[in-house]
Ligand binder design. Structure first.
Ligand code: UD1
Length: 351
């Protein structure tokens, strides 16, 4: 059996790690295609090194471009790759342009396709990620859902008969890395010399409008603890375009962290402020209070358990949502037990 995975952006390298390991254990020949959507060393290479994933066999090196151009470049390169490797299955991950391109290329060639992290919905069609994930679910032959809520969405869209609840593969990685880093030095505490909150920002809705970005940065800068902003390249580039100074007030700007260091920094943080999907969930699992700078989230369990609060991207809303007190403790494990990747491979082998 030969399975081909298509990845391209930072969170996909994390999702790929446990699945690549599970495929190796199952004796599957696994071909990894990296589209090149993320190409900076600290957005890409360090994840392969730190999470023990072999280098991709194929690198499309498409780089950055507008949505249509970036997705189109991947799509046009994928035909040749699929013809060369003739995989039995293609696996795509999450909601990025690399995901939709991989799914569309494979299904058009009648290659069975599985979507890891299927069924998530924000119901916000302004988000490119929402359009990517809805289309990918409907293209795919096998929808591998992380949560019961995702299963409900798939069923509501008539996809129940091709959907399987496997759990969240990012949780697999987090639970194992957490044990490895617990006793390691915390790079962020070292840099700021005390308490801090961690922040990230990269969604187009937050970064691509100057007034919105300015309001968010001002609100981060006015917080009562250092706000350690792990600056995504999109954020840096838009802030430079608009002349917005990121290092404002309490903000301490740092480069994005490699995954193990991110987990270590999260364990030691007072709180998290983010628009990342993955980080909301990681904060919940590590029981760090999270504020999400968005009008909705796909990970609704984090809200219901009280560990995540949404804030519209304006200074008042953010200041009000960010809090020092810890929510009531909970034993809820909506994202699974750390064994999702094994269930992904088993579900594909059952088909
Ligand atoms: C993408 C995904 C998003 C995911 C995120 C994780 C889409 C539509 N969005 O958003 O779902 O949560 O990745 O980070 O697929 N850039 C660099 N170096 C890099 C990568 C990007 O400088 O290695 C810059 C470029 O200026 C680029 C911008 O970042 O224009 C945005 O990159 P892009 O791939 O379009 O989307 P992300 O915002 O990273």
């Amino acid at each position: 059996m030969r399975i081909l995975s298509v990845v391209g952006a930072r969170p996909q390298f994390v999702k790929l790690a446990p699945i690549a390991h599970a495929m190796t254990s199952a004796g599957i020949e696994h071909v990894v295609v990296h589209t090149g959507q993320h190409y900076d060393k600290n957005m890409s290479d360090v994840f392969f090194t730190d999470l023990g994933i072999s280098r991709p066999q194929v690198e499309l090196a498409v780089g950055s471009a507008s949505h249509g151009r970036q997705t189109g470049a991947m799509l046009s390169a994928m035909d040749e790759v699929l013809e060369r490797y003739q995989p039995d299955w293609v696996v795509v991950y999450g909601d990025t342009n690399s995901t939709i391109a991989g799914a569309l290329a494979a299904t058009k060639l009648h290659i069975p396709t599985a979507h890891v992290e299927a069924g998530l919905r924000s119901f916000n069609r302004r988000m490119p990620e929402e359009l990517n994930r809805v289309a990918t679910d409907h293209l795919s032959d096998l929808c591998l859902a992380p949560t019961e809520v995702a299963m409900k969405h798939l069923s509501g869209e008539g996809l129940a008969n091709r959907s399987v609840l496997v759990g969240d593969v990012m949780t697999d990685v987090l639970l194992s890395v957490r044990e490895d880093v617990r006793d390691k030095p915390n790079p962020v505490a070292f840099a700021v010399g005390g308490e801090y909150r961690l922040a990230t920002l990269h969604r187009a809705d937050n970064t691509d409008d100057p007034a919105t970005l300015q309001a968010i940065i001002e609100s981060f800068g006015a917080l009562d603890l250092p706000t350690v902003l792990l600056a995504h390249p999109r954020l840096r580039s838009r802030a430079a375009d608009y002349g917005i100074e990121l290092e404002t007030g309490s903000i301490v700007v740092m480069e994005p962290l490699p995954y193990p260091q991110l987990v270590r920094a999260l364990i030691g943080a007072n709180g998290v402020i983010t628009d990342s999907g993955g980080l909301q969930k990681e904060a919940f699992i590590l029981r760090v209070p999270c504020t999400t700078v968005r009008t909705e989230t796909e990970w609704t369990e984090t809200l219901e358990c009280g560990w995540n609060v949404l804030a519209t991207p304006d200074a008042c809303a953010i200041a009000k949502a960010v809090r020092r007190e810890r929510p009531a403790s909970t034993r809820a494990t909506p994202y699974g037990d750390g064994g999702a990747a094994g269930r992904v491979v088993a579900a594909i082998l059952r088909q």
